[in-house]
Design a protein around this ligand. Structure first.
Ligand SMILES: [Zn+2]
Length: 297
């Protein structure tokens, strides 16, 4: 397994309660075959594209195929494995190689160019904290990248630890959420906004974020340098969002493989998540953790 193509672990299944359940689970695990291990992309000289471009090119590797057969599962598994959204997940081998920091600047990712049927959920800010939010993500079994702002979450960081326990990760969305930071703040001030959240995340969640999302989405070369200087791997924006109970697309009218979807911790979280779920299911995509697919978890 090459280091930049980690295999996403299948979701943990609840303990079966009967011998039949155990046999069914063993059968399921026996059918879990990850194919395409030889399909790791050859590291290439992929350079970050111009800032105006949408998305970065994947390396010149072949798409890889991953297989986890779950056919017939519904008739053999105990009821507690058949909760909505709780089916065993397929395993995907990433066919995308995140470009490295070049010229001191972190790459910018607006979507992931992949042939795998995957989509990535990202949830920002952290102002609104309602217990039902964690329950919904758990019911749907959605891992998400949480781009949190220190000043929005520091009154209750424990709220977000629940999401981490479910498989989500906390990423960096600055200390104070200045949507004009790329235009108004000096390099040093931007670095302070970014590094301050790195330290806070480390202290509260035990991990230094690897991904950065600019408040409002605007970025600059100075910001790309500050993100790299703070030790992170990429700036992550989006081309699709779930907002006010509906999906908005910058391109087309449905989700595409590799889309990075923006949501927020807002009062309309349930409606937004329902809109996302409908789009995700109708597009035939699985929700996987962006950090795992990029190899930066
Ligand atoms: Zn934000």
């Amino acid at each position: 397994m090459c280091e930049h193509h980690p295999t996403l672990p299948p979701a943990a299944a609840p303990e079966p309660h009967s011998a039949l359940g155990r046999r069914a689970l063993l059968g399921l695990l026996g059918a879990s075959v990850v194919g395409g291990l030889g399909g790791c992309a050859v590291p290439g000289a992929t350079a970050p594209g111009p800032e105006a471009s949408s998305g970065l090119s994947a390396g010149p590797g072949q798409p890889t195929l991953s297989v986890l057969t779950v056919d017939g599962l519904d008739s053999t598994v105990p009821n507690d494995l058949r909760r909505p959204g709780r089916r065993p997940k397929r395993t995907y081998v990433s066919d995308f190689r995140l470009p490295p920091v070049q010229g001191g600047m972190a790459p910018v990712l607006t979507r992931v160019l992949t042939k795998q049927p995957v989509v990535f959920l990202t949830i920002d800010d952290g102002v609104t904290k309602i217990p039902r939010m964690a329950q919904l993500l758990d019911e749907y079994d959605y891992p998400a990248s949480l781009f949190l702002t220190r000043n929005f979450v520091q009154n209750d960081p424990g709220f977000f630890k629940q999401f981490e326990a479910q498989g989500s990760l906390v990423e960096n969305h600055t200390v104070s959420h200045n949507v004009n930071m790329s235009r108004q703040l000096s390099y040093g001030q931007q670095l302070a906004e970014i590094a301050g959240m790195q330290d806070y995340a480390q202290q509260q969640f035990g991990r230094r974020p690897t991904l950065f999302r600019p408040p409002g989405g605007d970025y600059s070369n100075a910001m790309r340098q500050a993100v790299a200087a703070a030790g992170m791997k990429a700036i992550v924006t989006w081309e699709a969002k779930a907002n006010a109970g509906r999906m908005d697309y910058q391109y087309g009218n449905s989700l595409r493989p590799g889309d990075i979807v923006l949501m927020h911790f807002r009062p309309e979280f349930a409606a937004d998540l329902a809109a996302f779920r409908e789009a995700q299911l109708s597009a035939g995509l699985d929700v996987v953790l962006l950090e795992n697919f990029l190899g930066v978890a």
